[in-house]
Design a binder for this molecule. Structure first.
Ligand SMILES: [Fe+2]
Ligand SMILES: [Fe+2]
Length: 201
């Protein structure tokens, strides 16, 4: 397993090192390796996602755990691995980190323009749409209708506000694993932050 990293990671841990001893790791890795190797996906090593965890690490967790869950329950594991990896592949970082300064301004736009947004433009509501558009732009050959549905509906029930309900088993797996990975119940006061409904600067 050799990945050349184009950007340093804001995390102290290497999530791939943690998972590599799992017996399902290499079959999962074969599915996602081509995306992990790309410069565009590696930019997510600089994005803060939850609790100072990078978007890179969060996406890998959701992908790998969704893959394993799918295998166990006879659901399409390829679809879950790709959808898990790309479900938060949005363009504009929603939390500021100084490491973002080495990227193009478009990734820091929310902090440069400081525009007011309406409810549907809040991160928690809008980012699945952005993630799907961006996934089509960079990784269209990996997608299919079930993966696209899992990406755009992963914030269910908030996805209802954009008219998107999880239609397939894969979508239910990704939305459930994303919540399992994201929510820190010991810090319940930050619930609106986890949902992307609280503005963070
Ligand atoms: Fe998300
Ligand atoms: Fe997520």
């Amino acid at each position: 397993m050799k990945l050349k990293y184009k950007y340093p990671c804001i995390d102290e841990i290497n999530i791939l090192d943690i998972y590599k001893n799992d017996k399902y790791f290499y079959d999962w890795y074969k599915i996602v390796r081509k995306i992990l190797k790309t410069k565009e996906f590696q930019k997510r090593r600089l994005f803060i996602h939850h609790e100072n965890e990078s978007l890179w690490t969060h996406s890998i967790k959701v992908s790998f755990l969704s893959y394993k869950f799918a295998l166990k329950y006879n659901i399409n594991a390829y679809n879950c691995a790709i959808a898990g990896l790309l479900h938060d592949f949005y363009t504009k970082a929603w939390q500021y980190s100084k490491e973002l300064e080495c990227l193009d301004e478009k990734y820091r736009e929310k902090f440069i323009k400081k525009e007011k947004c309406n409810f549907k433009q809040l991160h928690g509501i809008h980012h699945p749409i952005d993630a799907l558009d961006n996934s089509k732009k960079y990784y269209n050959k990996f997608l299919n209708k079930k993966i696209e549905d899992a990406i755009i509906s992963h914030m269910f029930p908030l996805s209802i506000f954009n008219g998107n309900f999880p239609k397939y088993k894969e979508s239910l797996v990704v939305t459930m694993i994303d919540k399992y990975v994201s929510f820190n119940l010991s810090n319940i006061k930050e619930f609106t932050k986890y949902l992307g409904l609280k503005k963070i600067q």
